[in-house]
Design a protein around this ligand. Structure first.
Ligand SMILES: C[S@@+](CC[C@H](N)C(=O)[O-])C[C@H]1O[C@@H](n2cnc3c(N)ncnc32)[C@H](O)[C@@H]1O
Length: 280
């Protein structure tokens, strides 16, 4: 079968581009054409569509909702790993936790509440959980984790990871937080229930409506997702996230996602770490 890449017409690229933008606000520039072609090849095979034209028609047919989700999944990347951008976890432990613990009683916060806003397969929220476990002995804590992809959320909820990335973590972390698989699960590790219970996964398109949580957050991780959005979308998103923070709360973004050119009202504490002004 000829590849989708060879067959992709300008009109088809424009159609896919428009649809992806409308659904997820992921902004696909002309430089992403090859990537789109390559990723759509899989969807053509999965849906048995004989050509890209046929696949575009399928996307417009009634009942295409599920395939639209698969399309967004195929286009966006879920790449992540445990303790990605370690500096954020160090800052959480060394600066944010002592600062927020000191304020907790005065502010009457019931718990330390963290949001992992594009959590992918769970490595990010579980890394946060591993950082908080033991560091907050007397103050309850909880993590909300959201993503647009239902497929990836199912993996995050299962919390089962191959041995290779787990083996790269310090032995004491693995011992404390992972169960080793045996028999058919040989070669895999699962996050222990005590940690899994601290993380709730929810489906959420960050650009469509508001999450249902009402309790504000001391910290929001929104990392390596804004890079796909255009500047107005980033600006709107950062402003919405900031409203969810307690005064003095922190927003952590990916290290390649500078907020320099957008209006947000947050104070840059260090690269990729922003704070909502206390008292705001
Ligand atoms: C590259 S991963 C980042 C994972 C993690 N935050 C990290 O930094 O390792 C990007 C994630 O953003 C999700 N995503 C893309 N567009 C989204 C949207 N509009 N709303 C919510 N999640 C989205 C993707 O499904 C993917 O899991």
């Amino acid at each position: 079968m000829e590849s989708a890449k060879t067959l992709m017409r300008d009109s088809e690229f424009e159609f896919i581009r428009g649809l992806v933008y409308e659904r997820s606000r992921i902004s696909l520039g002309p430089d992403k054409r090859e990537l789109v072609s390559a990723r759509l090849g899989k969807r053509l095979r999965a849906t048995n569509a004989p050509s890209l034209g046929a696949y575009c028609e399928l996307l417009q047919s009634p009942g295409a909702e599920e395939e639209l989700g698969n399309l967004i999944d195929a286009i966006s990347t879920n790449h992540t790993f445990f303790f990605r951008e370690q500096a954020h976890f160090d800052f959480l432990r060394q600066t944010i936790l002592p600062e927020m613990s000191a304020r907790a009683r005065i502010e009457r916060w019931p718990r330390f509440h963290v949001w992992s806003a594009a959590c992918s397969s769970g490595e990010e929220p579980y890394s946060i959980a591993m950082t908080l476990a033991g560091a907050l002995p007397t103050w309850p804590w909880h993590i909300e984790a959201t993503d647009i992809s239902r497929r990836i959320l199912a993996r995050a909820t299962a919390a089962i990871y191959p041995e290779e990335p787990v083996a790269r973590l310090p032995a004491e972390v693995v011992k404390a937080h992972f169960q080793r698989g045996y028999g058919p699960q040989e070669g895999f590790y699962r996050i222990k229930p005590a940690l899994r219970d601290r993380v709730d996964f929810h489906h959420l398109n960050l650009l469509e409506g508001e999450p249902r949580f009402t309790e504000p957050f001391q910290v929001i991780f929104c990392r390596n997702v804004m890079i796909y959005f255009d500047r107005p979308t980033q600006e709107e998103l950062v402003q919405r996230l900031a409203r969810r923070l307690v005064p003095g709360g922190y927003l952590l973004v990916g290290h390649s996602e500078s907020l320099t050119h957008i209006r947000h009202g947050l104070r840059m504490v260090r690269p990729a770490i922003y704070q909502k002004p206390p008292g705001s």
